[in-house]
Design a protein around this ligand. Structure first.
Ligand SMILES: N[C@@H](CCC(=O)N[C@@H](CS)C(=O)NCC(=O)O)C(=O)O
Length: 246
């Protein structure tokens, strides 16, 4: 069996999804933490060589197979021997839907100054501008990040722009509750990659204060069951702490 190395970050939601897949699959692996918060290690040349988008996670298999993008990573993990995590035909849709939410908006809307700015998002923009001068080799990547950061700041300043993101999150929770009304797992009768994604997303929603939205609904029992699985602790899923930890 090839050596597996996951380049990840403890609190990153995508990293948690990949870790859950590795643990549920029962695959021994090494983790190499990439500091995406303080030292911005994701922009270091050695990491950009592995992951040209400069995001975590990245899975390295053996000496030279590199897999990026969380959806591709969990699918690749599922190709190894172990329990089949593929789920039914709805599994891919769940991955897409869970991944399409803007978790940053959900997080920072709770951390706004009275004038509607999120200091961390502004600081991020400043840091990206500095990085743009230091790293001309990453010009296009940083320009795209800066565009995203400017859009993000605009959304956070305007409750009308922010509302659809919150509605989308609530819609997703309602859809999950609907699916779980008559089956134990999100994409069928067995645990699948959709549950890896859902568990990490619900953990993040818990920190964002959404748990009251699912009290008394099938999601409540589902999340309790996911939390009771040994993988929740083994994969270091984060659902406590303050938003400042993320
Ligand atoms: N589409 C990518 C998204 C990964 C992503 O956005 N990762 C975040 C953490 S959850 C990240 O590395 N952010 C670092 C940054 O924005 O500089 C995937 O699915 O792997």
């Amino acid at each position: 069996m090839a050596d597996l190395t996951l380049y990840d970050h403890r609190a990153s939601i995508c990293s948690q999804m990949a870790r859950l897949a590795l643990v549920e699959k029962g695959l021994p692996h090494t983790r190499r933490s990439v500091d995406i918060m303080e030292t911005n290690e994701q922009f270091e040349p050695w990491y950009v060589a592995l992951n040209p988008k400069a995001v975590v996670p990245t899975l390295k298999i053996g000496a030279d197979e590199i897999v990026t993008d969380t959806k591709r990573i969990v699918r690749r993990i599922d190709e190894f021997e172990g329990p089949d995590l593929s789920g039914d035909e709805t599994a891919q849709d769940w991955l897409d839907r869970i991944m399409s939410l803007h978790y940053g908006v959900l997080l920072y809307r709770k951390r706004l100054d009275p004038d509607g700015t999120a200091p961390q998002v502004v600081a991020r923009g400043n840091l990206l501008r500095e990085l743009a001068t230091e790293r001309p080799d990453l010009k296009d990547l940083i320009a795209a990040r800066l565009d995203g950061n400017a859009r993000f700041q605009k959304i956070l300043k305007d409750p009308a722009l922010m509302a659809p993101f919150v509605d989308e999150a609530n819609d997703l929770l309602a859809q999950m509750s609907g699916a779980l009304a008559d089956q134990a797992f999100l994409a069928g009768p067995r645990y699948s990659v959709a549950d890896c994604f859902a568990t990490a997303a619900l953990a993040r929603f818990t920190i964002h204060g959404f748990a009251e939205e699912w009290a008394g609904r099938p999601l409540e029992g589902y999340y309790a069951r996911m939390k009771a699985r040994p993988s929740f602790v083994a994969a270091e899923v984060v659902d406590t702490g303050t938003e400042a930890d993320l």
